[in-house]
Write a protein that binds this ligand. Structure first.
Ligand code: NAD
Length: 423
C-alpha cells in the first residue's frame, strides 16, 4: 500500500483530520475528487499506423477557486496517481493560500519515443478532448513531468479553437513572450529556500555551518542549491539519475558544476577547480563519487529529495542521518519512512509546503493575465517570499498548537482553510 499514491494521500488526510473536528460530509467531499475525466486520444503515427493513448484529468476540489495543476506525459500515468496528485494540489494551494483548487492530469505515453510532430498531434487531440472541462475560471493546467511551455501553447490554441475564446489565463507555465511570469523557472527552488530559512528563523537556528545534500539536480534542485548557498548553507553533495559528487568541505562553484552537467549530461565527475571540471580534481577537493540515492544518507544537517516520489522508504530510512528533510519532490517519503523519521525526531518540511513556490508563482502568472498586469522579477520574488514565509509560519504555529509533525500541521492548516471556504 505504501507505494500507491492515492492510498497515501487518503492516509495523510485522515491522519490530519484526527486532530481537528471536521464535518464528516466535508471530509467525504475531500476523500474523492469532484470529477475524473478519462479521454481516449487516438492519433496517426508518422509511419501511418494508428495508436490510441489514454488521457486523464482529475478535478479534485474547487472550494477555494478554479482547479489548478499540471499535465504530465509518462508511461506510468494512471488514474490513481493523477487522483493523488490532484488531491495534493488542493492541499498545497490551500497551504500557500492561493485562490485555487486542485487538479492534475496527463497522458500515459513515453514522449521520448514520439517524434516532434507526433508529440504535437497527440497534444492537440488531448487538448480538444479537455477543452470542454478547462478554462481560466474553471480549470487551469500547467506543465509537469515531460511537458513544457510549447505543449502548453498548443493546448491554449486548441482551447481557443474549441471554445472560441483565446484566453491567456487558461494555462500557466507559458513562455514570457506568451504571457508567462518572470521568476516562474526559479520559483520552486527559491520557494523551498524561503521555507527552510523561515523554519530555521522560527526555531532560532542559522544556516551558517549547516551542510546540505541534494538528490536531483534538475530545475528544482539546481536553483535550490544556488539559493541555499547564498543564504550561507554549505552544499556538500549533489546527485542526478546517473550518480553524484560528495565534497565534505563544500561544493563551491555551483555554476561550474551546472555547466559541467550540461556539457557531459551528468553530475558524476564534475569536480570543478577554476574552469576545469573533471575527475582528476576529486582528490584535491577531498571528494568522492556517490550513487544517485546516497545523497539521502550522508552525514549532513539537511537532505533534500528533489527528484522523484518514494525516495525515502523503509529500505533506506534507517540510514538517513540528517536532522531536517526538505521535501522538494512530490511524495518523496513513504508512510512507513515518515513514521520512522518522526519517531527519531527528524524534522520533515513537507512537500505541500516546501515545493509550493511553483504554484504560488503560477497563481501570480494567472493573476497578471486576468488583470492585464506585468510584474518585474524582484516584485515576483518579494511576493513569493511573503507567501512562503506566511505559509511556513502558519504551519509551524499549527504544529505547536496541535503538537504534531509539520506534515500533519500542513494538512491541518489546509483543511481549516478549506473548511472555512465550505462554511
Ligand atoms: P527535472 O526533470 O528538471 O529534474 C529531476 C532531476 O532528478 C534530474 O536531475 C534527474 O536526473 C534526477 N533524478 C531522477 N531520478 C533520480 C534518482 N533516482 N536519484 C537521483 N536523481 C534522480 O524535474 P524538476 O522540475 O526539478 O522536479 C523535481 C521534483 O520536484 C519532481 O518530483 C517534481 O514533481 C517536483 N516539483 C517540481 C516543481 C517545478 O516547478 N518544477 C514544482 C513542484 C514540485
Amino acid at each position: 500500500m505504501q507505494h500507491n499514491p492515492w492510498e497515501r494521500a487518503k492516509n495523510q488526510l485522515h491522519n490530519a483530520a484526527e486532530h481537528i473536528s471536521l464535518d464528516p460530509l466535508f471530509l467525504a467531499k475531500l476523500g474523492a475528487p469532484d470529477r475524473t475525466v478519462g479521454v481516449s486520444v487516438p492519433m496517426r503515427m508518422d509511419d501511418g499506423s494508428v495508436r490510441v493513448f489514454e488521457g486523464f484529468r482529475v478535478q479534485h476540489n474547487n472550494l477555494r477557486g478554479p482547479y489548478k495543476g499540471g499535465l504530465r506525459y509518462h508511461p506510468k500515468v494512471d488514474m490513481d496517481e493523477v487522483r493523488a496528485l490532484a488531491f495534493w494540489m488542493t492541499m498545497k494551494n490551500a497551504v500557500v493560500d492561493v485562490p485555487f483548487g486542485g487538479g492534475k492530469g496527463g497522458v500515459a505515453v513515453d514522449p521520448k519515443k514520439l517524434s516532434a510532430s507526433e508529440l504535437e498531434r497527440l497534444t492537440r487531440e488531448f487538448a480538444r478532448k479537455l477543452a470542454p472541462v478547462i478554462g481560466p475560471s474553471l480549470d487551469v493546467p500547467a506543465p509537469d513531468v515531460n511537458t513544457n511551455g510549447t505543449i502548453m501553447h498548443w493546448i491554449r490554441e486548441e482551447y481557443a479553437r474549441v471554445s472560441g475564446a483565446d484566453a491567456q489565463a487558461v494555462i500557466t507555465g507559458k513562455a514570457i513572450k506568451d504571457g508567462g511570469s518572470e521568476g516562474r523557472t526559479e520559483a520552486t527552488g527559491l520557494g523551498g529556500s524561503y521555507a527552510l530559512a523561515e523554519y530555521l528563523r522560527l526555531t532560532g537556528q542559522h544556516p551558517q555551518g549547516m551542510t546540505v545534500a541534494i538528490q536531483g539536480f534538475g530545475n528544482v534542485g539546481s536553483y535550490l542549491a544556488g539559493y541555499l548557498q547564498e543564504l550561507g548553507f554549505t552544499i556538500v553533495a549533489l546527485s542526478d539519475s546517473k550518480g553524484g559528487i560528495y565534497i565534505p568541505g563544500g561544493i563551491r562553484d555551483l555554476k561550474a558544476v551546472a555547466a559541467c552537467k550540461e556539457r557531459s549530461g551528468k553530475i558524476a565527475g564534475c569536480y570543478c577547480v577554476g574552469s576545469v571540471c573533471d575527475v582528476t580534481n576529486m582528490e584535491q577537493l577531498g571528494g568522492r563519487d556517490i550513487s544517485p540515492d546516497e545523497a539521502l544518507t550522508l552525514p549532513v544537517d539537511v537532505v533534500v529529495p528533489s527528484a522523484l516520489e518514494n525516495a525515502i522508504t523503509s529500505d533506506n530510512v534507517a540510514d538517513v542521518k540528517a536532522r531536517i528533510v526538505l521535501e522538494m519532490a512530490n511524495g518523496p517519503t513513504t508512510i512507513e519512512a515518515d513514521r520512522v523519521l518522526a519517531e527519531r525526531g527528524v524534522v520533515v518540511i513537507p512537500d505541500i509546503l516546501a515545493n509550493a513556490g511553483g504554484v504560488a508563482v503560477s497563481y501570480f502568472e494567472w493573476y497578471q493575465n486576468m488583470h492585464g498586469e506585468t510584474w518585474t522579477k524582484p516584485d515576483v520574488f518579494a511576493k513569493l517570499k511573503e507567501k512562503m514565509d506566511a505559509a511556513t509560519g502558519a504551519v509551524y504555529q499549527a504544529s505547536l498548537q496541535h503538537q504534531v509533525s509539520l506534515r500533519d500541521a500542513a494538512y491541518i492548516t489546509a483543511l481549516q482553510r478549506l473548511a472555512s471556504s465550505a462554511a
